[in-house]
Ligand binder design. Sequence first.
Ligand code: NDP
Length: 296
Amino acid sequence: MPAERIDGTAIAAAIRAEVAQGVAALAPRGVVPGLAVVLVGEDPASTVYVRAKEKASVEAGMAGRTIRLPATTSQPDLLAVIDGLNADPAVHGILVQMPLPNAINAQAVIARIRPDKDVDGFHPVNAGKLFIGETDGFVPCTPAGVVELLKRSGTETRGADVVVVGRSTIVGRPMAALLLRQGEGGDATVTVCHSRTRDLAAHVRRADIVVAAIGRPEAITGDMLKPGAVVIDVGINRIADPGTRTGTRLVGDVHFASAAAVAAKITPVPGGVGPMTIAMLLANTLKAAERAAGAA
Ligand code: NDP
């Protein structure tokens, strides 16, 4: 039987509607959640992402604004912009779009954001809270979105063998930490694989749940999976396809057709994890505004 598709577009829409309700509930207190996105330079992909984030925040009833800075911006000038946003009570969430120009130290910039406005969840304080199991920090949006997909698709993580492929600070590592947390969406037995893992297929084949965050098109194939596994594909890769109008198409880190023939549930690309990232950014921004208003 072919795998059930986990519809990230529909689940993300449900979360965005919930966030919009939360935003409306703050209105009588005179609070409008504010999200400030900082874009340095004109990287085409970043420009698209930033526009999508601003649009989504406005659609949820938030005050979304983008601060566009030239690629020549110095690190001290960028830090001064962040200081201004840190001090602005109308701004509840701050996101600096990555990648930054080479001349700027990204870690120094992330560390300058107030942890209680760090809706990307990359500040060392928030990363540390996640690592030690404290639940009052902000969690990076993509892995948080994966947990929501698992919960809302009725996938039990407690006691499950989960293999996360990838150990990046934005996906793999926080993903593992989330799945290790106690409670719903956690309590899993987690294995993290990476480029130095010996016999990746042997690890993946033991998994009840596979989270692929590798950045290599269609690297996980159906023959590597345990029948009935749940497959979450974080990857977004553009590959050449002369059969399409643009000559390219998006694929994940999982070979969808072969995996869907073996798995119980699988996320498509596009339409799986991708839409969840923005939905969770909005959820984090709402949380930040609720906390600032003393409503949560
Ligand atoms: P990174 O390149 O930072 O990390 C990739 C990880 O995969 C690394 O840990 C690397 O290992 C590991 N890896 C690479 N090759 C292999 C291999 N052959 N076998 C096992 N592991 C391997 O990528 P990201 O975590 O930033 O992103 C991963 C994917 O997710 C990308 O396709 C990206 O586009 C996508 N993405 C999607 C998002 C969304 O919103 N849906 C958001 C963020 C990312 P090592 O550490 O040893 O180098």
